[in-house]
Design a binder for this molecule. Structure first.
Ligand code: CTP
Length: 416
């Protein structure tokens, strides 16, 4: 079992072409002072205002600028917009010109920033900057409204001196104001200040994720197809909502979400040991892991050799039910299980609610290939101990994680 430190939060900073681009460079510095990792994506026009080299030195990271993209982004190269979108916890665009605002809101994808933005699934913060006559135009207003409706947080603009020498609304919000919004959304505390606000502020949340591997010999194991996506999404969304999160992760090669404490485990028994340590003061425990029900009775010390054509018989013994065990280990916590079913969804979920003494069982139909195990989307029904039944239509696992956490938080008063 390895206890990995929480990793730094990551921001992809889009900078578009306006005089305020130099403040974008300053924002890089302020973000880094808060311990946040930053990668910059200046548009073509922005490179006339601030050089990629400046951004590279300030961020200490690669810059998705023109020369970098033409070097590595050609045919056969890495899909850099995908890589950048998966790397970041938050996308911030500062400054956002009228043109960039329009492209973001329409979902155009004709340069690196707009393509990465369309790919990105996390929170987005946008700081517009333009002449106030442009800012007041109904077509700009319509684009800003559309972005807000998509959940994008718009910071500023503010009143002040404009590049033209006039005064008016259209000046980009100060980097400090943008920084505050970014930190709040990421759950990064200001140094020495109270914990982040959010609907789960003050909650201790434990999430298990991924499969378990049950060793047969030093090189072979019994496992399952769980990708860990749902559990990692839950951990990430709980942290974004202000919770103190411990993620107990089975063997999956996934990045630790920002601000999350991770305990890596391999087998069901290791997962149980990690839960014993993590769950005693938890308020909410979500068992999204696909725990193996059985393990080989004996683990061979050496690699098993072929021993003839008669086949090989492995003797298996049952693993403990970790969720059921939490009833005595963490009676104070709201306990939630996930059930992967191929038939009779409700009946199986309700019997698991009872057998495992859980408050909620979130059930999905794994016989469908477009949702469930390795898919990016999921569609589930949450069955409550109180008889409730809440259906969540097909959506990304990140979105679904947020909706589920809101359901659990809203029903905290109920026992179990
Ligand atoms: N679970 C657990 N410990 C186990 C098996 C499962 O804690 N040994 C948890 C899972 O993390 C999940 C829930 O129980 O939250 C339901 O898992 P599922 O595999 O659907 O349930 P099983 O009890 O294994 O039932 P089945 O016979 O349908 O596989």
């Amino acid at each position: 079992m390895a206890d990995a430190p929480a990793r730094a939060a990551r921001v992809l900073l889009g900078i578009s072409g306006g005089i305020a681009a130099y403040k974008g460079a300053y924002l890089v510095r302020r973000l880094r002072e808060r311990g946040i990792a930053v990668r910059c994506a200046p548009t073509r026009a922005a490179e006339s205002f601030v050089s990629p080299l400046t951004l590279e030195v300030l961020s200490g990271e690669r810059v998705y600028g023109r020369s970098y993209l033409s070097r590595d982004g050609g045919a056969g190269g890495a899909e850099l917009h995908v890589e950048a979108a998966q790397w970041a916890d938050l996308l911030c665009v500062a400054p956002a010109t009228a043109n960039t605002l329009a492209r973001l809101s329409l979902g155009l994808a004709d340069d690196f920033l707009s393509t990465a933005a369309l790919m990105f699934e996390g929170p987005v913060v946008v700081a517009p900057a333009m002449h106030d006559a442009m800012w007041r135009k109904p077509q700009v207003e319509a684009r800003v409204d559309a972005l807000s409706a998509l959940g994008v947080e718009i910071v500023g603009p503010v009143e002040g001196a404009l590049a033209s020498g006039e005064r008016g609304w259209g000046r980009m919000a100060e980097p400090e104001a943008i920084l505050e919004v970014v930190c709040r959304k990421l759950g990064v505390p200001e140094t020495g200040v109270a914990p982040p606000a959010g609907p789960l502020a003050g909650w201790r949340v434990v999430v298990t994720a991924g499969p378990t591997h049950e060793a047969i010999d030093p090189v072979r194991f019994l496992g399952n197809r769980s990708s860990g996506r749902m559990g990692f999404a839950l951990a990430r969304q709980a942290a974004l909502r202000g919770a103190q999160v411990t993620l107990v992760a089975g063997p999956v090669g996934r990045e630790t979400p920002a601000g999350v404490r991770r305990i890596d485990v391999v087998s069901a028994l290791e997962m149980r040991a990690a839960l014993e340590e993590a769950s005693s003061s938890a308020d909410l425990i979500v068992m999204a892991a696909a725990v193996a029900d059985y393990r080989p009775r004996k683990r061979a010390d050496r690699k098993l050799k072929k021993s003839g054509a008669d086949g090989l018989t492995l003797e298996l013994e049952q693993n403990p039910d970790l969720l059921a065990g939490l009833a005595s280990l963490a009676p104070q916590a709201m306990r939630v299980g996930f059930a992967a079913e191929t038939e009779r969804l409700e009946e199986s979920a309700r019997s698991k609610l009872e057998a495992k003494k859980a408050r909620w069982i979130v059930a999905n139909d794994v016989s469908r290939s477009d949702i469930g195990f390795d898919a990016t989307d999921n569609e589930v029904v949450a069955f409550g101990r109180d008889g409730s039944r809440v259906r969540f239509p097909k959506q990304s696992k990140d979105e679904l994680a947020g909706r589920l956490l809101e359901l659990f938080a809203g029903r905290r008063a109920a026992s179990g």
